[in-house]
Design a protein around this ligand. Sequence first.
Ligand SMILES: Cc1cc2nc3c(=O)[nH]c(=O)nc-3n(C[C@H](O)[C@H](O)[C@H](O)COP(=O)(O)O)c2cc1C
Length: 323
Amino acid sequence: MLETNYLGLKLKNPLVAGSSGLTATISQLRDLEKQGLAAVVLKSLFEEDIYTDFNNEIANSTRSDEELDTLDIKIKHQHLDEYSKLIREAKAALKIPVIASINCTSTHEWAYFASMIEKAGADALELNIYEIPFHQTSASESEQRHIHLVRQIIDALNIPVAVKISPYHTSTANFCRALEQAGASGITLFNRFLSPDFDPQTFSFKEKNKYSHPEEYYHTLRWTALLGQESEVSLCASCGIHETDTILKMIAAGASACQLVSVLYKNGIGITGRILEEMQNFLHSNGYSSLREYQTAAKKHLKLEYFLRSQFVRLKNLEESLK
Ligand SMILES: Cc1cc2nc3c(=O)[nH]c(=O)nc-3n(C[C@H](O)[C@H](O)[C@H](O)COP(=O)(O)O)c2cc1C
């Protein structure tokens, strides 16, 4: 009843455990499968972590120049080997699809890294690409760089690739279309950034905004609906998805799957069973035999114009004009 197709992968339901500390070890992944999640996105392999390790090694090193020359390659391979091991073990331990995730910003080497991840057996790859565009780069330059990187990685792979994007693009639809043209099979809408905060007296940094709130889903819902109208790629809704109704709305708007993270941290992963039951009850009591049927029915009702609204003009006027 709840089956869906995401990135060409058959999922028993649309609930995917999003990339986070909850998807970093085999025992956690086993538990997520046991609770009913239909796929997992592994904790990302972060480019930033590799460079931090490299810089720490250099700072504390008494190595010769010759050793330092090859140190960065050694550290990259250590990270990659560990990540490949996680993928291999996850594939051996789980029946549900395993989606690997890499966070990359620079253009070189990632195609090679991605091909190692494919060799390790991942069913798909999610590219977690983002930057805080602080440098004097135009939106277009920054997006072109991302598209170039995505294309290079996709060209090196046979498995499907989803791109997890930030909510801060100037022209989201145009960027997503370019990703689709570069070969992306899916788009995950949206990543959620940690917002740094600090104590005004001690200036120490605080992590206050780690988890999303249930009201944060509106931006994702708008763009899922707008992109769902015309794009061929699988859309995976993410950010602020805490409630069964929110999941149903994302599906109705055009998502193939929904990623859960904060709701699992806040309530425990056992909440998955309740959500699945509530989804089934909803479909049953509204006379739908499948999620697909519900999504098709929703298309007839959800008018694009609702999601293009940005001003507080009277909804009644809009409804009249759409009749
Ligand atoms: C503790 C924590 C760790 C995360 N680690 C990653 C990560 O490694 N890679 C990634 O793409 N997203 C990561 N995220 C972001 C989540 O995958 C997700 O996009 C974000 O939390 C929004 O979804 P939510 O509202 O369901 O939490 C992390 C989030 C949290 C809370």
